[in-house]
Ligand binder design. Structure first.
Ligand code: PGA
Length: 256
């Protein structure tokens, strides 16, 4: 059975408010009438509310790039899951490798963030996992993926229709222009699927979890990812800064 594909744009810290507004308008125009999959954009937090306004009346959903695990209080500089919901978000990227690298975010923290997000019952976490080049070279990829999933998700209760998206993003493929070989991605997604079966059981896994790939996806290499078995979509960074290119990716991955 073919399920809905997710195509999520991660604009990172690339655009200010004015540039975000202008790109969001381009996206809205480009994706008018597009109903083949779930498209979401994740702009800087500074532009969330303005982007939400622009996206009204389109099918494009809004996502954030981070969240804090407490719901309110003296946490200077942080933003809660409820605040993201109020800003109009449906998705939130958690534990991106750039945050793990530059802000030393770890899976204990990511776990607390997932818990806070799931508790809103209105937000879908996009949980990033993936091995470094060193881990890949020393053949530790499978262990790393299972370990990250266990740390992030053990003990999280998944109810009803709650979706959790796992984004497999090999760190060595992010922003390098070289994506993983599709067969390798399929293999890694299979490992993730089996680990999720162990953690949540097959029924909850099939119903509530999705697995997407991220790392140097562009309109050319996307074709190799179209018919993979355990591939529910893509998380796109650099190429998502161009509406035309991102649209080509979305069209290709949702091809029936
Ligand atoms: P990239 O980024 O597409 O520029 O490699 C992907 C990501 O970091 O989510």
């Amino acid at each position: 059975m073919k399920t809905k594909k997710y195509i999520i744009a991660n604009w990172k810290m690339n655009l200010g408010l004015a540039q975000t507004v202008s790109l969001a308008k381009e996206f809205k125009k480009k994706f008018a009438g597009f109903n083949r999959g779930e498209v979401a954009v994740c702009p800087t937090v500074l532009a969330l509310t303005e982007t939400a306004e622009i996206l009204k009346g389109s099918g494009i959903k809004l996502g954030a790039q981070n969240v804090f695990w407490e719901d309110k209080g003296a946490y200077t500089g942080e933003i809660s899951a409820d605040m993201l919901v109020e800003a109009g978000c449906r998705y939130v990227i958690l534990g991106h490798s750039e945050r793990r690298k530059h802000l030393f975010e770890n899976y204990e923290e990511i776990h607390k963030k997932i818990r806070a997000v799931v508790e809103t019952e209105k937000l879908t976490p996009v949980v990033c996992i993936g091995e470094s080049l060193e881990e890949k070279k020393s053949d530790r990829r499978d262990f790393v993926l299972v370990d990250q999933l266990q740390q992030a998700l053990s003990g999280i209760d998944v109810f009803g229709e709650q979706e959790i998206i796992i984004a497999y993003e090999p760190i060595w493929a992010i922003g390098t222009g070289t994506a993983i070989e599709p067969a390798e991605a399929e293999y890694a997604h299979k490992i993730i699927k089996l680990a999720l079966n162990d953690l949540f059981g097959m029924r909850v896994n099939n119903k509530n979890f999705r697995i997407i790939y991220g790392g140097s996806i562009n309109p050319k290499n996307v074709k190799g990812f179209v018919n993979l078995e355990n591939m529910d979509g893509l998380l796109v960074g650099g190429t998502s800064l161009q509406a035309d290119e991102f649209y080509k990716i979305a069209k290709a991955i949702t091809k029936q």
